[in-house]
Ligand binder design. Structure first.
Ligand SMILES: *[C@@H]1O[C@H](CO)[C@@H](O)[C@H](O)[C@H]1NC(C)=O
Ligand SMILES: *[C@@H]1O[C@H](CO)[C@@H](O)[C@H](O)[C@H]1NC(C)=O
Ligand SMILES: *[C@@H]1O[C@H](CO)[C@@H](O)[C@H](O)[C@H]1NC(C)=O
Ligand SMILES: *[C@@H]1O[C@H](CO)[C@@H](O)[C@H](O)[C@H]1NC(C)=O
Ligand SMILES: *[C@@H]1O[C@H](CO)[C@@H](O)[C@H](O)[C@H]1NC(C)=O
Ligand SMILES: *[C@@H]1O[C@H](CO)[C@@H](O)[C@H](O)[C@H]1NC(C)=O
Ligand SMILES: *[C@@H]1O[C@H](CO)[C@@H](O)[C@H](O)[C@H]1NC(C)=O
Ligand SMILES: [Zn+2]
Length: 593
């Protein structure tokens, strides 16, 4: 899962919303206005941890009824801090208390704090971010919310830090600091901005994005891998986790070494001139298991009682790390991101499968296994006929729709790789086009769908063909691969029939925890599942059974006061046309990746 472009998209939306407020703003100055943000965690043994935040705006010079700051009400299905009357934002300036009025903008799902009078001089804004109350029914969503973990706190700037409206030509320096005066002496802290107490964010045009797509963690049981003493270049890589590694159901150090090595390889592959440090944050959850990509960081949420195999975890993480580079921008005014999620998730799935093999982190057998898992995940997806737009609309309610762009995008890139190789006499795959799109992003040029099509069209020697291929993919349904599509890897594509993924009940009842829609004749029904059974615990994640056709689903239920566990193969009795790969019997070198 990727949040970085989503955040970019939301910021574009916010800017659109803000323009309408521009008249109440004083004339723009050319001088950059600094913004200071301080996080003061309040951690004590007797009270739940909270995060006091202060934001200082130097001379905003606002008229009455102007928007001082704003914050999204939610991101997807995850609420942001509401800072309402029970726990308000307060402000003072040179004239004393500055009263703020809340105004919600339904269209942009944005809450604004409006000035009751003109501001005078520097405005200091204070608030308290409260950890989200979660329980087993809390649906899995974008991992941006503030959580209390082990007496400490973990979260993302997106859901807690209100920010002045984005206005054209107004840029800010961001000074971010930790204030640990209300935390125990042994408190550790880190954020994706840095590991020092104060950090000046240098990319002025990106200050808002820098703050909002920050991941942070603080607490006395927060640890770093590699430890500081062994990490002279603190700047390059760090993995942060809470508690004792013996309580984490995988080998944290092995995972850290794997990501660190892969990160170094990928950085070189994607040709990064000045790489930013990369940081990984772990957090336990009551049921989630998955990742979220932020700016130069990702977060892995794990469920302590669920065993995920090391290779499976490495594979998931290879996906999240890959998100750091190849990206397609969303088209402005596009509410669902239908036109770029296929790219961002598909390209991450493509390189997550191919690059670890290229760099010697996975064997040929593992490559075949992972490719086959990905291919069947597309062809046996019950949502395969949804268009990209339909899948985007349903992504938070239907897990099949949420997984779709990952594997549809992969199949598309495998196809395009083959066609480009054919058009170029066998040597160039899609890498050049992907790297050029990345280059456009770095240069501040457009890097949306149109840019991609023109790059791919150039590689194919036919822009109209590039559009046709895109449209064929975007509309949904079976998307084929020529038998020789992967012959450059020594693999042959073969046609097979495979069982469609079928939980046997309505997947949206996974969130409500009361099972509904059990279908007679399904394997779930045969195993004994009935409507009204209360889901107590997922032992296996949806994505695990979706990605691995051999995998059983195991769920724990309660019925009539009695707990029981059901294991069944979550596949339909009908088979659908699918593609798999097998070794062609001879191998080629990786000359063209
Ligand atoms: C203040 O701004 C809000 C939101 O833009 C608007 O609805 C309201 O009418 C304004 N009030 C005054 C007194 O201008
Ligand atoms: C304020 O928000 C909290 C949740 O963030 C909610 O429980 C409470 O009811 C809200 N209070 C008001 C007055 O809206
Ligand atoms: C705002 O905060 C700064 C430092 O945090 C402080 O020096 C200043 O006096 C404050 N201003 C007001 C008006 O409270
Ligand atoms: C934290 O913020 C709240 C208001 O949101 C304030 O009442 C409290 O005094 C602050 N705590 C500290 C230690 O500054
Ligand atoms: C972690 O747990 C292990 C086994 O339970 C224990 O021996 C070790 O002392 C713990 N380490 C820390 C730092 O608490
Ligand atoms: C997505 O792209 C297609 C072009 O294939 C276009 O027709 C459609 O309007 C776009 N959708 C959105 C929501 O921008
Ligand atoms: C899957 O579950 C079924 C039904 O419980 C069982 O017969 C089968 O052996 C299981 N398969 C695996 C691979 O665990
Ligand atoms: Zn992803």
């Amino acid at each position: 899962m990727l949040l970085t472009t989503s955040l970019l998209f939301w910021l574009v939306q916010a800017a659109l919303g803000s323009y309408r407020h521009a008249p109440s703003q004083q004339p723009l100055t050319n001088e950059p206005l600094p913004i200071d943000v301080t996080f003061m965690p309040i951690i004590s043994p007797h009270e739940p941890a909270v995060l006091n935040i202060s934001v200082t705006l130097y001379r905003p010079n606002l008229a009455a009824n102007a928007s001082l700051v704003e914050l999204y009400l939610a991101f997807g299905n995850v609420p942001c801090q509401s800072y309402n009357d029970t726990n308000p934002i307060t402000a003072v300036d040179d004239e004393g208390v500055l009263e703020l009025l809340i105004s919600d903008d339904e269209e942009y799902a944005l809450r604004r704090w409006l000035t009751a009078r003109p501001t005078s001089g520097t405005v200091n804004i204070s608030m308290t971010a409260l950890p989200r109350h979660i329980d087993i029914t809390t649906p899995i969503g974008p991992r941006v919310d503030l959580r209390e973990i082990d007496g400490g706190l973990q979260g993302s700037g997106f859901s807690v830090v209100p920010w002045p409206p984005s206005l054209p030509e107004v840029e800010h320096d961001l000074n971010f600091c930790w204030d640990l005066s209300h935390s125990p002496p042994n408190t550790n802290f880190a954020s994706s901005l840095g590991e020092d107490l104060c950090h000046r964010f240098l990319d002025r045009a990106q200050a808002k994005q820098g703050m909002q797509s920050t991941v942070f963690a603080v607490g006395s049981t927060l640890h770093r891998y590699p430890p500081v003493e062994q990490s002279p270049e603190l700047s390059q890589f760090g993995l942060f986790y809470f508690g004792n590694t013996s309580d984490i159901p995988f080998d944290v150090e092995k995972l850290g070494d794997y990501i660190n090595a892969l990160f170094t390889n990928l950085n070189a592959f994607f040709d990064v001139p000045n790489s930013r440090p990369y940081r990984v944050f772990l957090r336990p959850s009551l049921r989630g298991y998955g990742g979220a990509g932020f700016l130069s960081a990702f977060m892995l949420e794990y469920y302590p009682a669920m065993n995920v195999e090391q290779w499976e975890l490495e594979w998931l993480l290879a996906h999240e790390v890959t998100h750091n580079w190849p990206l397609m921008d969303s088209s402005p005014g596009q509410p669902t991101q239908a036109n770029n999620t296929w790219y961002n998730e598909g390209i991450a799935t493509y390189y997550q499968t191919l690059l670890p093999h290229r760099f010697g982190h996975t064997t040929a057998e593992e490559l075949v296994k992972q490719m086959n898992m990905n291919l069947q995940a597309y062809y046996t997806n019950p949502a395969i006929d949804l268009s990209n737009e339909e899948a985007a609309e349903r992504m938070w309610t239907d897990p099949a729709a949420q997984r779709l762009p990952y594997h549809r995008g992969l199949v598309y890139f495998l196809r395009m790789g083959f066609f480009v190789r054919q058009a170029s006499g066998g040597f160039v795959g899609i890498d050049d086009a992907v790297l050029e799109l990345l280059g456009a992003r770095r240069r501040g040029e457009p890097f949306g769908l149109d840019a991609w099509i023109s790059l791919l069209g150039g590689a194919l020697g036919d822009v109209a063909e590039a559009w046709r291929e895109y449209n064929t993919m975007a509309v949904g349904g079976y998307l084929g691969l020529p038998p020789a599509a992967l012959s450059y890897l020594g693999l042959r594509i073969v046609s097979v029939m495979q069982e469609k993924l079928d939980l046997g009940f309505d997947p949206s009842s996974l969130n409500g925890r009361i099972i509904a829609g059990v279908r007679t004749g399904s394997r779930a029904h045969d195993a004994g599942l009935r409507d009204g059974d209360v889901l107590v615990e997922n032992k296996v994640m949806y994505w695990q059974v979706a990605d691995d056709i051999s995998r059983n689903m195991t769920l724990m239920f309660k019925r009539d006061g009695r707990d029981f566990e059901l294991t069944y193969w979550p596949r339909s009795r009908e088979t659908v046309p699918s593609l798999q790969v097998e070794e062609a019997g001879h191998t080629h070198a990786w000359s063209d990746l």
